[in-house]
Each structure stands twice: as structure tokens, then as C-alpha cells.
Design a protein around this ligand. Structure first.
Ligand code: SF4
Length: 500
């Protein structure tokens, strides 16, 4: 998609510039030394745009100290972005010190007088704006009219973009993030189409929120971001991980490099909602059934491949052509790909077809890697695309200056206590009580840090217990899940009374 250039510090994004990678600090914005140290680590890893949590005017004003100290340390080429929620005054103050201000339309308070004042301040100081929509925190009037859908996310941004255009302010970037990759992909596509209709060409910032950590977090980001980059959408990306911020840069750079070669190889996609492609079943595959690994095909399906009743296609072949009416197994053989890059490349290659419900089976091949490991990556891709839930899914935010506890340790502990629970369950582990509950989206259970070593446990959007000491919280969460399972199975609960 053709976009205009937006200047963020010394980096230009959009207008045909290389896709820029960015990250976010996870230390307090009041701790200048810690911020500068993290900026240095991110810069070393290859990042030139960093975001900082700005909760209030105090944090906004400290950006001036961080900027000065970063400059003294030789990091003057790293752009600083203020991340503001619920605080128009903090956004105004941040526009005096940051290179870009991110606001969330879901909690800015409307595209009225405060927003126009912010636009003027940004114009005056040569600062860019990001209209950063989050699926989990749409404003009530948007949800009432459009639901928490991709259309709702797009309309939420368009309200603000129309004001920017009316005010003649074009230094604007837009994002449509969700932890649900399917929703995220459809929202960005719909945004691009809606902007085209209204002759807008603002650059897109791509990201999957609360992607978690490890291989799974990388796969989830690569399915979402890779699908869109492959269609020519996206000017800057963030791979959010619940890990030290600098760990986000290598997978982000890898995705950018991969799509530099592949850009435009997929067709621009006009699919804005999920619909499973209907095919004639052959053996245990097709007919709209849950996608399978190649190793799970029954003998009839395998003979169907030999007889041409099932198509075996590479993702590239599949993306270029119209899907056949037969079931399709996507396969690709990787040769010189490193073990770190394999899940990222495979997720970027295979993800789109499963996000859109078009493919029926998957086979990843690599001679020096056991098939069980390759199948595990394939299952992660299917789960990231929400095509098949085979294991417990962890929706975890990356943490930021709002986090007041050991988030990475908490995620590891929650995973240790709950990973045996099996497919279909989504557990959120979130860094703060301000944005965490909204942003954990469609998780079945939530573990949200309150600060001061305490945790709130959620069942869906309902608070089950507040003030649980962190040392006990993973056990309490497990008890709640197990008690719910007993209720579902018709057994008298033992924890439900505590959980009132
Ligand atoms: S949910 Fe996580 S990333 Fe989002 S604001 Fe809170 S701590 Fe920061």
C-alpha cells in the first residue's frame, strides 16, 4: 500500500522507506538511568524507535531528562515515543518532549477539543501521532454500534483520522492491534481498504498484542505481521514479547528481511472476516473440518493425494492462485534456515491461508530436524491462526513502565502450573491493572498484576479474587480453573465459595 512519509525523530517511516522495527521499554519512565540503559541495549540490537509508558504529566516531563541523557550517551538517533492512555493532559505535555505520541482512541475521551489541541501541539513541535487502536479497549460508543469487531476497530481510528485530515495534519501513523491474530489481520486489511476509499495514505504500524514469549510468541507475531507484510501492508512493526525488550528486535528484523525478498508475492487480500472454505472431504481431511498435520491423514486421504483428489501446494503456489475446490495440504521444505528462523519463516509462509480458513492441512519439512519438532511448529501456527486449538494458549503482555511486578517470572510460573490443562484454554498474564483487564481480550482466565506483590484473578472479564499474594497466585488460578472444570463436569465445587 502506498503511504506518505512520517518523520519520527531521525527515522522516516512510510513512503517506500524500509519497514522500521520498534520496541517498548519495560522500566519506569521515572527511572532515567534504567531507561537510557535499555535504550542503549535496544539500539545495539538495531532498534531506532522506542516507546515509553507515560501515565501522567510527571512521566511526560521526565522524557526531557531521558532525551538529554540518551543524547549524552550517544543514542541521539533513537526516537522516543510517548505511550499515553486515559490522560489527554499527559499527551499534551509529552508532545513537548517526544518524537511521537501514541494515543488510544478507546480511552482518549473522544476526537473533540482535547484531540484538536494535541494535533496543534504536535504540529508546533514537529511531533508525529499514532492512533493506536486496541481490540480489547474500544470505547463504549464504538462497541455499541459496531461491536468489538474489526469494523469497530477501524471506525474507532477513522473518527480520529478524519479530524487529522480536516485539521491538515498528516504526520499520523495508525495501528489495529489485537491478541487475536485473525481479528488483527482482518482489521488492518479493512483499515487499508477504508483509507483507500477516503483517499488517506497514513502509514501502518503492525503488531500482535499480548503475543507471549518463546517460540510461541514469535510464531504468533509472525503469523499476523507476516500475513500483512506479504500483502504489501505495513511500514513499521513491533514483535511484542514477554521478554527483555531487546529480544524483540532480532525476530522483527528477520521478518523485515524475509519480506524484503517476498514483498508483494501474495495477492492483496479482500477477506475481512473468517469463513472456513468448503471442500469435498477426502478421508479425514477437507469438508470444512479442523486442519490436520500431514502425519494425521488417514489412508484414504493419503491415497487421495496420490490420485490428485487433494492438492499439495506450497504456500507461494497457493497464495498466487485461486484456491482449488479440492482440499489443500500446504507443504514447504526448508533447507538452509537456522533453527531460530525456522518458526518465524514458517509462520510467515503458512499463516495467511489458515487465518482465512482456506487450507486443510500442513506439512513442514526440514531434513536435519525431527518431524515431531516440525509438527510442533505447525500446531503453533494453526493455533496462532485460531484454526486449531491444540494446547493451552498464553496471552501475555510484554510489560512496560506500568508493570510493578516480575511479569516474566509470573508467566513462567503460570505456564508451569497450567500447561498440562490441554487445548482450547486461553490464559492471560498481564502486567498492570489499568490496561491489563481490557487488553486480555477473549482470555478464559486472567492473572493481572495489581502491584505491591498482589494479583487479581479473572474468569473471563469477571473478577474472581483480588489481592492474591503473587507467591500463591498461580496455585489459586489453577484451583479456580479446576473448580470450574468440576462444575462443568457436574461435581460439587470446592473453591467456588472462596471465589465469590
Ligand atoms: S497491560 Fe502490560 S503492556 Fe499494557 S499497559 Fe499494562 S503493563 Fe503495559
Amino acid at each position: 500500500m502506498e503511504t506518505i512519509k512520517v518523520k519520527i525523530g531521525r527515522t522516516i517511516i512510510g513512503g517506500g522507506q524500509p519497514v522500521a522495527v520498534q520496541s517498548m521499554l519495560d522500566c519506569s519512565t521515572m527511572d532515567t538511568a534504567a531507561c537510557v540503559e535499555q535504550i542503549g541495549r535496544l539500539r545495539e540490537a538495531g532498534c531506532r524507535i522506542v516507546r515509553l509508558a507515560v501515565q501522567g504529566v510527571r512521566e511526560a516531563e521526565n522524557l526531557a531528562n531521558i532525551r538529554a541523557a540518551a543524547w549524552d550517551a550517544g543514542y541521539g538517533d533513537v526516537a522516543l515515543v510517548a505511550d499515553v492512555h486515559f490522560a489527554p493532559k499527559a499527551a499534551l505535555a509529552a508532545a513537548e518532549h517526544a518524537d511521537k505520541v501514541r494515543i488510544n482512541p478507546g480511552n482518549f475521551g473522544g476526537a473533540g477539543a482535547d484531540f484538536m489541541e494535541l494535533i496543534e501541539k504536535c504540529r508546533q513541535h514537529g511531533v508525529a501521532l499514532r492512533i493506536g487502536v486496541n481490540h480489547g479497549s474500544l470505547s463504549p460508543h464504538v462497541v455499541e454500534r459496531w461491536g468489538d469487531t474489526p469494523r469497530g476497530m477501524v471506525e474507532s481510528a477513522m473518527e480520529y483520522l478524519r479530524v487529522c485530515r480536516k485539521q491538515g495534519f498528516d504526520q499520523v501513523v495508525v495501528s489495529m492491534k489485537s491478541s487475536n491474530v485473525r481479528v488483527m489481520v482482518h482489521a488492518y486489511r479493512l483499515l487499508a481498504a477504508t483509507m483507500r476509499v477516503e483517499w488517506m495514505r497514513y502509514p501502518l504500524h503492525l503488531g500482535v498484542t499480548e503475543a507471549g514469549d518463546g517460540v510461541e510468541g514469535r510464531v504468533r507475531s509472525a503469523v499476523g505481521i507476516g500475513t500483512l507484510l506479504g500483502e504489501g501492508l505495513g511500514d513499521t512493526i513491533r514483535v511484542s514479547l514477554t521478554e527483555p525488550p531487546e529480544n524483540e528486535i532480532a525476530p522483527a528484523l528477520a521478518l523485515v528481511a524475509y519480506f524484503k525478498m517476498r514483498r508483494g508475492r501474495s495477492k492483496p487480500c479482500g477477506i475481512y472476516e473468517y469463513r472456513r472454505r468448503e471442500t469435498t472431504p477426502v478421508g479425514n481431511i477437507g469438508g470444512g473440518r479442523t486442519p490436520l498435520l500431514y502425519s494425521e491423514l488417514d489412508s484414504e486421504a493419503r491415497s487421495g493425494i496420490r490420485k490428485g483428489r487433494i492438492a499439495m501446494l506450497s504456500p507461494d503456489e497457493f497464495n498466487k492462485a485461486d484456491p482449488p475446490v479440492r482440499p489443500v495440504v500446504l507443504y514447504k521444505k526448508y533447507v538452509r534456515t537456522s533453527p531460530e528462523m525456522l518458526p518465524i519463516k514458517a509462520a510467515a509462509d503458512f499463516g495467511a491461508a489458515f487465518v482465512d480458513g482456506l487450507a486443510d492441512g500442513i506439512r513442514i519439512e526440514k531434513r536435519d530436524t525431527p518431524q515431531s519438532e516440525l509438527d510442533a511448529i505447525a500446531l503453533m501456527i494453526l493455533q496462532a491462526a485460531r484454526a486449531r486449538m491444540s494446547h493451552t494458549e498464553y496471552i501475555a503482555c510484554p510489560g512496560c513502565g506500568r508493570t510493578r511486578y516480575d511479569l516474566q517470572g509470573a508467566l513462567a510460573e503460570v505456564r508451569r502450573r497450567t500447561s498440562h490443562l490441554g487445548g482450547g484454554l486461553r490464559i492471560a498474564v498481564m502486567g498492570c491493572i489499568v490496561n491489563g483487564p481490557g487488553e486480555m481480550a477473549d482470555a478464559d482466565y486472567g492473572y493481572v498484576g495489581e502491584g505491591a506483590g498482589r494479583v487479581t484473578i479473572y474468569r473471563g472479564r469477571e473478577v474472581v479474587l483480588r489481592g492474591v499474594p503473587q507467591s500463591e497466585a498461580a496455585d489459586v488460578l489453577l484451583e479456580v480453573i479446576e473448580a470450574d472444570a468440576r462444575v462443568q463436569n457436574g461435581v460439587t465445587p470446592t473453591v467456588a465459595n472462596d471465589a465469590q
